[in-house]
Design a protein around this ligand. Structure first.
Ligand code: ADP
Ligand code: ASP
Ligand code: MG
Length: 477
């Protein structure tokens, strides 16, 4: 059993669909038990978000325009690749029906003047609900017995709309009940990525970029041998190739390193996608739809622990650093615990913590959007200390980035941090804060947004990630 997931660019236009069809055809010859997961066509999810938000401001034109554009975009592919007239007409009706549903939803959002997280999830998931039947029809047109499946019938989630988490037991039951009989009949299921539904059947989404997560969830539920993530680059590279054009493919990476990179902004894989496959040891590969012969990256249990020191660098943008500061804090017990409890009550995602040894400040990094709720919460928490001047202030520094330097081989090797700081120092890049994760597979630095790309490039060069062949089993350097 294998699960193949195709990202937005992999289903971005008719040519890409042809590539996907060829990959699926070849994969199915290797293993008849193949399940496909698809993202929305590239740009569609953003368009849906924009239309829903515009609708909430009473803008009817925006969603009507989006409806027409989305219909044209999907029909263009169908027109080129679904040659059978009856098939194409049936698909056309289905696309129109779904887009009418989208229009109705947006109209009610516009009338209510309110966009709830629950409503947004229904709209946001529409892209995958258009792409899956389209891809299934394209595959059928090429002789594959494909059938679209809505993941609302497969993945059961909690009701945390916008970032729902799967309930694995229930998802296992549902997905097996639905998919195994299809596979037994020789059918190739083409499932929607990104979406699921609560126990009550209310549609949810698993978070932006989460079609990867859908694929690994299904892989785990189906006890798949392998999950393949087909994207638009040759696997996981030593850095984002858009930032570092010389970045190289990492042939092998451990689950842990992959998770760290994904968590700290390597968009190539959703941060949660590794979790479902780790325990089961399911093979995970990242491959390029547009260069299918390239072996890409294989994510394995313990990718040669001594294989290099620093393996890759990622950066996560759009963050804010909060500091609770005051000389009087020294010795007041429980400040750190109260700080993080207050942040947790606001459901802020704390990405990094850094405490200066002087104990005069506690710093932590959260997404910029959480600032507005976290700062007042901390001011309320420390009201007494602020009044008595034990805490001087709760400050927030916006537009910062965490740069994460990742690699298990760093463990116990002295001088890595010094080299990182040396590289940044030479480029006159100011490091605002530092943290070393408990895994020791990661050194994280906070820099200003404007310095982030250059910081990644400098560290990449300092460790010669562009020059040395990063091959599996290479000796430590
Ligand atoms: P998909 O639509 O296939 O899910 P994404 O756009 O979500 O693709 O992810 C692929 C992109 O991730 C690449 O085009 C690349 O710009 C970006 N990326 C960021 N960091 C890395 C990295 N370390 N290795 C590979 N790609 C990366
Ligand atoms: N289409 C969704 C998004 O753009 C999910 C995905 O592509 O993985 O976020
Ligand atoms: Mg993606």
């Amino acid at each position: 059993m294998q699960v193949l997931k195709f990202g937005g660019t992999s289903v971005g236009n008719a040519q890409a669909f042809v590539q996907v069809a060829e990959i699926v055809q070849a994969a199915r010859q290797q293993d008849a038990d193949t399940v496909v997961v698809t993202s929305a066509m590239s740009g569609v999810t953003n368009q849906l978000f924009a239309a829903a938000r515009a609708a909430a401001t009473g803008d009817h034109d925006a969603y009507l325009r989006a409806r027409d554009e989305l219909l044209a975009k999907h029909q263009m592919v169908a027109g080129q690749l679904v040659t059978d007239g009856t098939e194409r007409a049936a698909l056309g009706r289905l696309l129109e029906e779904r887009l009418q549903g989208f229009e109705r939803l947006c109209r009610s959002i516009a009338i209510l003047g309110e966009l709830t997280a629950r409503g947004l999830d229904v709209v946001a998931g529409m892209g995958e609900r258009l792409a899956a039947p389209l891809l299934a029809a394209v595959l059928r047109a090429r002789g594959l017995p494909a059938e679209a499946v809505d993941a609302a019938d497969l993945i059961v989630t909690d009701n945390n709309f916008g970032a729902a988490e799967p309930l694995m037991e229930a998802s296992r039951d549902k997905s097996r009940n639905k998919l195994l009989p299809l596979l037994a009949r020789g059918i190739l299921p083409v499932c929607t990525g990104y979406v699921g539904a609560t126990v009550e059947g209310i549609p949810t989404t698993l978070g932006r970029g989460a079609s990867d997560y859908s694929a690994t969830i299904l892989g785990a539920c189906l006890d798949a041998r392998e999950v393949q993530i087909w994207t638009d680059v040759d696997g996981i590279l030593t850095a984002d190739p858009r930032v570092v054009p010389q970045a190289r493919t990492l042939p092998e990476l451990s689950y842990g390193e992959t998770a760290e990179l994904a968590y700290f902004g390597a968009k190539v894989l959703h941060p949660n996608a590794v979790h479902p496959v780790i325990d089961k040891g399911i093979s995970l590969r990242i491959l390029n739809t547009f260069n299918p012969k390239h072996p890409g990256t294989r994510v394995v249990k313990d990718a040669h622990l001594t294989d290099g020191t620093v393996k890759a660098i990622s950066a996560i943008k759009g963050l804010c650093m909060i500091a609770v500061e005051g000389r009087g804090m020294m010795g007041v017990p429980g400040i750190a615990a109260r700080t993080f409890a207050a942040a947790a009550r606001q459901k802020a995602n704390v990405l990094m913590i850094s405490q200066a040894s002087s104990e005069q400040s506690i710093c932590f990094v959260i997404p910029q959007g959480d600032r507005a709720k976290v700062v007042p919460a901390l001011e309320a928490e420390f009201h007494a200390e602020l009044t008595r001047r034990l805490v001087d202030q709760v400050s927030a520094m916006e537009n910062i980035v965490i740069v994460a330097v990742v690699g298990y081989g760093m463990r116990g090797i002295p001088g890595i941090a010094a080299k990182v700081f040396g590289a940044l120092g030479e480029a006159a890049i100011n490091v605002i804060a530092v943290a070393q994760g408990s895994s020791e597979a990661n050194i994280s630095l906070v820099v200003a947004q404007g310095d982030a790309d250059e910081a990644v490039r400098q560290i990449h060069t300092a460790f010669q990630l562009d020059k040395l062949p990063v091959t599996a089993g290479a000796p430590a350097r």
